[in-house]
Write a protein that binds this ligand. Structure first.
Ligand code: NAG
Ligand code: NAG
Ligand code: NAG
Ligand code: NAG
Ligand code: NAG
Ligand code: NAG
Ligand code: NAG
Ligand code: NAG
Ligand code: NAG
Length: 640
C-alpha cells in the first residue's frame, strides 16, 4: 500500500521517529504501531489504569508501569525499563475545587471516557438546563459552561490508539481513524462525499451536501455567479469568508489555493464531531452556533458569509415578543441581521439550500419570507442559479435610510465601539456604517497583512507602534523556530491566545500554518484590526474553556496572557489556564509562554505535574530588555 501514497516516504520517515525517541528517553513505554506506512511510530508515556477490584494483582499503585505487548518493543525495552521513575500521576475523576489544589503526585488524569471532553458543550449538562432555554431559538446549541465546581480538574487523555496526526497537506485528505473514531458522519454523509472510511484512515474526497462532486467546482461556480462568468472569488474581492455550519470544512480547505481565509464553525449537533474532523485535517474551525448571541467575531470582518445547507432557519427565530418595539413590527430575521453585522459592505451572502431552488412543500413560502427580509435590509439578490442564491450588502445606504423612515427596520443605537462581541445578545437592528467604511479599500492578500486600521488609534496604537510590533514579531518568530527545535512540518494548527494586533500570525504567514487569533474579552478590541489584516480569530474569555475539542492545536502562544489574568477571580487562575492549554494542545505540541519572572517560575515548577517538558530561554521584549520565555512540550502519554 505504501507505494501508492505520495507522502509515505516523507511524512513518516524512520529517521524522525528515531530522533523523537532519543529526545524522549524518559518515556516509560513506546509502541510501534506502524503497519500501514511501514515506519510510523507513536511514543507513549503510559499510565496504567487497573480495575479497582483486581484481585490477581496488588492494589493499584499510582503510575504503575505497564508495557504494551507490542513485539517490536524489544529493541527499546531495556532502555525504557531503566528509566521508569517518571510518573506518579493517578487516573481518577477529579473536579475543580475551591480553593484549587494540585495533588503532590501531579495532576490527576481523567478516565479514558473523557477523551473528548469539552467543558462548555456537555450535552448532558445542557439537557439539565433545557427548561430554562429558549428552544425555539436553538439556545441549546450555544455554549453553556458549568459552574466551576462541576468542571473536571484532570488532564484529558487521548483515546485508545491515538496517533500523532498525519501532517498537512496530506491531512486535508486523510486522517487517522482512531483519532476521531466516530462513524456516524460517514454513514450519514458518505453519499455526499463528505468522508469515507478507508482502512485505518478517514478519507475526505472534498465533497459537501451542495458540492458532492468536490468543493473546487462549487467554488468556481460561485466565482462565476458573482463576476458575470468572468472571474473567480478572488477577482471578486473575496479574501475572508465565514462558513456557517461548515461540516468537515472542505469548503475552507479548497479555498486555500485562492489564498482565501475562512473561519468555519458549526455546533455540536447530530452531525457528530464535524469540527473535530476539520481540526484533525488541519483546517481552521471552531464550535459555535448562531442562535441567541452574537458570534464572537467583530463587525464588518468578512467579504462573504456562506451557508450551504447550514441548518440555520434564517427566516425564523423571532425575538421574544416582549422585547418588541411597538413602533415596529418586523421581528423576524434577527439571524440575517447578525450576518449583516459581520459582512463588510459590498460583501456577499451565499445561500445554498432547498428554498433557493425547490418549488415543493413550504420552500416557496420560506423563500418569500427570506427575500422580504433581505429587501428590508436592502440586500440585492445578484444571482440565483443551480442550487444557490447570492445577495450583496450594498455600500450605498440610501435605501436603508429610506426603510428606516418607513419603520421597516430598526437602526441600532450607536453603541460604544469598544464593546466586544462576547456573550452579547443578538440585536434586532442594523448598524449604519460609518461615513466612509474603508472596507473596499482593503488591498488583497498578502498586502493586506500590513494594513493598519484606524480603529487602532482609538485604543492607543499608532502606526509607528503597529509597524514596530510587526517587525518585532518577525524577529521573535525566527527565534521561536530555533528554540522550539521542531520540524516545521509538524506545526499546522496554531493559536495566539493573546493576539494584540496579530503580529505573531503575520510573521507566521509564510509558513503552511493557520493561526486562530484570540483577543481576550477584557482587552481592547484589536480583533477588528486583525481581520482587516486578512487574518482570522475570535473573542474569548480565558476564565472559561474554549469551544474546541481536546488535541486541536500544534502550537499555543501565550504572550503576557497570564499576567493579564493575574488577580482575576476563580476560574482563570494560572492553573486553570494551564489545564485548558493542556486540553487543547496535541500530544508533543509546543506551548510558548512569555511573561514576568514570577509567573514563569510558577509555570516552570508546575509543568512536570502537567506532564510537560519545559525549557527556559531569554529573549528581548519590545522594550529591548530581556524577558523569560518558556518552551513547553506536552509529553505523549496514554492510559494503557
Ligand atoms: C522535516 O520533515 C520533513 C518530512 O518528514 C523532512 O523531509 C525534512 O528533512 C525535515 N526537516 C528537518 C529540518 O528535520
Ligand atoms: C471485578 O473483577 C471481576 C473479576 O475479575 C470482573 O468480572 C468485574 O467486571 C470487575 N468489576 C469491576 C467494577 O471492575
Ligand atoms: C456532563 O454533565 C453531566 C450532568 O451535569 C455530568 O454528570 C457529567 O459529569 C458532565 N460531564 C463532563 C465530562 O463534565
Ligand atoms: C473505534 O472504536 C471501536 C469501539 O467503539 C473499536 O472497536 C474500534 O477498534 C475503534 N477503531 C479504531 C480505528 O480505533
Ligand atoms: C404594527 O402592528 C400593529 C397591530 O398589529 C399596527 O396597528 C401597527 O400599525 C403596526 N405598525 C407598523 C409600524 O406597521
Ligand atoms: C412579503 O412581502 C410582500 C409584499 O410586502 C407581502 O405581500 C408578502 O405577504 C410577504 N411575504 C411573507 C411570507 O411575509
Ligand atoms: C445612493 O443611491 C441613491 C439612490 O439610488 C443615489 O441617488 C445616490 O447618488 C447614491 N449615493 C452614492 C454615494 O452613490
Ligand atoms: C457595552 O459594555 C458595557 C460595559 O461592559 C455594558 O455596560 C453595556 O451594556 C454594553 N453595551 C451593549 C450594547 O452590549
Ligand atoms: C485600551 O485602550 C485605552 C485607550 O487608549 C488604553 O488607555 C488602555 O490601556 C487599553 N487597555 C488595554 C488592556 O490595553
Amino acid at each position: 500500500m505504501g507505494g501508492y501514497y505520495l507522502w509515505s516516504s516523507s511524512a513518516f520517515d524512520s529517521k524522525s521517529g528515531q530522533l523523537i525517541l532519543v529526545a524522549l528517553l524518559v518515556m516509560i513505554a513506546s509502541f510501534y504501531t506502524g503497519t500501514l506506512f511501514g515506519t510510523n511510530s507513536s511514543l507513549y508515556n503510559s499510565i496504567s489504569h487497573l480495575p479497582s477490584n483486581s484481585s490477581s494483582s496488588p492494589p493499584p499503585s499510582p503510575g504503575t508501569l505497564s508495557l504494551s505487548p507490542s513485539p517490536s518493543l524489544d529493541l527499546y525495552r531495556a532502555l525504557i525499563v531503566n528509566c521508569i521513575p517518571t510518573f506518579t500521576n493517578r487516573v481518577g475523576l477529579s473536579y475543580r475545587r475551591i480553593p484549587l489544589t494540585i495533588p503532590d503526585t501531579g495532576m490527576d488524569i481523567c478516565p479514558l471516557v473523557f477523551n473528548e471532553y469539552i467543558p462548555c458543550h456537555n450535552v448532558t449538562y445542557v439537557n439539565e438546563l433545557l427548561p430554562k432555554l429558549d428552544l425555539s431559538r436553538r439556545e441549546e446549541l450555544e455554549r453553556h459552561c458549568p459552574p466551576l465546581e462541576r468542571r473536571l480538574f484532570c488532564l484529558v487523555p487521548p483515546p485508545e490508539d491515538y496517533k500523532i496526526p498525519i501532517r498537512w497537506p496530506t491531512s486535508r485528505d486523510y486522517v487517522w481513524r482512531s483519532n476521531v473514531n466516530h462513524t456516524r458522519l460517514a454513514k450519514v454523509k458518505g453519499g455526499q462525499n463528505w468522508v469515507h472510511e478507508k482502512d485505518k484512515l478517514w478519507w475526505f474526497p472534498g465533497g459537501g451536501t451542495h458540492f458532492k462532486h468536490g468543493a473546487s467546482e462549487y467554488i468556481e461556480r460561485l466565482g462565476k455567479m458573482i463576476t458575470n462568468e468572468n472571474g473567480d472569488l478572488r477577482s471578486a474581492g473575496v479574501f475572508q469568508i465565514l462558513d456557517v455550519g461548515c461540516g468537515v470544512a472542505s469548503f475552507s480547505a479548497y479555498l486555500l489555493p485562492l489564498n482565501i481565509q475562512t473561519m468555519s464553525f458549526a455546533p455540536i449537533d447530530s452531525h457528530e464531531n464535524q469540527i473535530q474532523f476539520a481540526l484533525e485535517r488541519g483546517i481552521a474551525a471552531m464550535i459555535s452556533s448562531l442562535a441567541t448571541k452574537q458570534l464572537p467575531y467583530p463587525s464588518s470582518s468578512f467579504e462573504m458569509v456562506h451557508c450551504s445547507r447550514c441548518r440555520v432557519d434564517w427566516h425564523k427565530n423571532e425575538v421574544c415578543i416582549k422585547e418588541k418595539d411597538d413602533d415596529y413590527n418586523s421581528t423576524d430575521g434577527i439571524l440575517l441581521k447578525e450576518v449583516n453585522r459581520l459582512l463588510r459592505s459590498n460583501g456577499y451572502f451565499v445561500y445554498s439550500a432547498p428554498p433557493a431552488y425547490k418549488q415543493e412543500k413550504d420552500f416557496p413560502l420560506i423563500w418569500d419570507k427570506l427575500t422580504n427580509l433581505t429587501s428590508t435590509m436592502c440586500w440585492k439578490l445578484i444571482s440565483r442559479k443551480v442550487q444557490t442564491a447570492i445577495w450583496i450588502k450594498p455600500e450605498n445606504q440610501s435605501c436603508l435610510l429610506h426603510n428606516v423612515e418607513q419603520k421597516l427596520i430598526n437602526i441600532c443605537d450607536s453603541v460604544d465601539d469598544s464593546n466586544l462581541s462576547w456573550n452579547t445578545p443578538l440585536r434586532d437592528c442594523i448598524t449604519l456604517s460609518k461615513a466612509q467604511s474603508h472596507s473596499h479599500n482593503l488591498p488583497p492578500r498578502p498586502q493586506r497583512l500590513s494594513e493598519y486600521s484606524r480603529t487602532l488609534s482609538s485604543v492607543g496604537i499608532n502606526q509607528e507602534k503597529f509597524i514596530s510590533d510587526t517587525l518585532y514579531w518577525q524577529d521573535q518568530v525566527r527565534h521561536y523556530w530555533r528554540l522550539m527545535n521542531t520540524n516545521e512540518t509538524e506545526v499546522r494548527n496554531v493559536m495566539d491566545m493573546n493576539a494584540f494586533c496579530g503580529g505573531f500570525a503575520v510573521a507566521l504567514s509564510t509558513w503552511p500554518v493557520w493561526v486562530m487569533n484570540i483577543v481576550p474579552k477584557s482587552m481592547n478590541n484589536t480583533l477588528s484590526a486583525i481581520y482587516n489584516r486578512g487574518l482570522i480569530g475570535a473573542f474569548h474569555d480565558w476564565c472559561e474553556p474554549f469551544s474546541t475539542y481536546p488535541r486541536s492545536y500544534d502550537l499555543l502562544h501565550a504572550n503576557h496572557l497570564f499576567s493579564h489574568y493575574k488577580n482575576r477571580e476563580e476560574g482563570c487562575l494560572l492553573e486553570d489556564i494551564m489545564l485548558e492549554m493542556d486540553r487543547i494542545i496535541r500530544p508533543q505540541g509546543t506551548i510558548i509562554i512569555r511573561d514576568e519572572e514570577s509567573i514563569i517560575s510558577r509555570i516552570r515548577a508546575l509543568a512536570p505535574k502537567f506532564l510537560w517538558d519545559v525549557e527556559s530561554h531569554l529573549l528581548e521584549n519590545e522594550q529591548k530588555t530581556t524577558e523569560p520565555v518558556l518552551i513547553c512540550r506536552k509529553k505523549f502519554w496514554a492510559i494503557l
